[in-house]
Design a binder for this molecule. Structure first.
Ligand code: IPE
Ligand code: IPE
Ligand code: MG
Length: 236
């Protein structure tokens, strides 16, 4: 589809990839089949965001709460994640910067190494920022509070000097623009601990499509919906 340049250029988008399990269930398949299809959609939509000139896109891949799932499902998700990081992105030839949001210390050591490499190798790229949130959730804000508390304890920071900007700088997204809109497919209307701090003024767009069925046209529809919103940021 042809869009005017201003359609999506410079936007920052958050995407909660939800509905993989329901998609599989509808087809009488194991939940892992839904995650597999969902991973392929993730790759295509990430590419499409880049084509549209989006400045940053954050995909919610695994929450701090998702460890509650059966071990078999968690292992399948982690395996898929590793495969996509290894083969999915031809990142060396591309102008995208990759960042991982979340506590990676809980992940497999090989996976962590790969994540660190991807981040380091792509750090100087100037194109779209691709954030992937893994083992990510509300603890991001606790972590920021602890880091600032540590500085207070060391005597290098006064509590009254703590600002909103400092909090932002201690999020995994430090230095990035907050999301303009957060998209949640699958019909759920909640954030489930996704970008709680950064979402303060994000527009929320929910869609009735399950993530494995999500298409480029659906992203177009979400952006069109966002472009119709009137954002006031507390003003008039
Ligand atoms: C999203 O799909 C993927 C992850 C949370 C890892 P779900 O697995 O939550 O799918 P539903 O919500 O059960 O359909
Ligand atoms: C949110 O989806 C997490 C991800 C998409 C990674 P969930 O399916 O885990 O959220 P809830 O449990 O329905 O709130
Ligand atoms: Mg879900």
């Amino acid at each position: 589809m042809n869009h005017p340049k201003e359609f999506a250029e410079g936007l920052s988008i958050g995407i909660i990839m939800d509905g993989n399990g329901r998609w599989a269930k509808q087809r009488g398949l194991p939940r892992t089949a839904g995650h597999k299809k969902g991973a392929a959609v993730f790759q295509d939509i990430a590419n499409y965001c880049e084509e549209l000139g989006v400045s940053s896109v954050t995909f919610y891949a695994f929450s701090t709460e998702n460890w509650k799932r059966p071990l078999e499902e968690v292992s399948a998700i982690m395996k898929l994640f590793g495969e996509y990081l290894l083969k999915g992105f031809n990142y060396k030839d591309r102008n995208i910067r990759i960042k991982f949001l979340g506590d990676r210390a809980a992940l497999d050591a090989k996976l962590q190494k790969l994540m660190n490499e991807l981040e380091e190798d792509s750090a100087a790229k100037t194109g779209m920022t691709l954030n992937i949130a893994v083992n990510y959730g509300g603890p991001e804000i606790v972590r920021a509070a602890r880091q600032l508390a540590q500085q207070v304890a060391e005597g290098t920071l006064k509590p009254e000097d703590i600002t909103e900007e400092m909090m932002s700088d201690h999020m995994y997204t430090a230095g990035q623009k907050d999301p303009d809109f957060i998209l949640r497919p699958s019909g759920e209307k909640r954030l489930s601990n996704f970008m709680l701090w950064q979402a303060a003024y994000a527009e929320l767009v929910e869609m009735d499509v399950l993530w494995p069925d999500f298409t480029r046209d659906d992203l177009d529809a979400a952006i069109t919906e966002f472009n119709k919103r009137s954002r006031r940021f507390g003003g008039i």
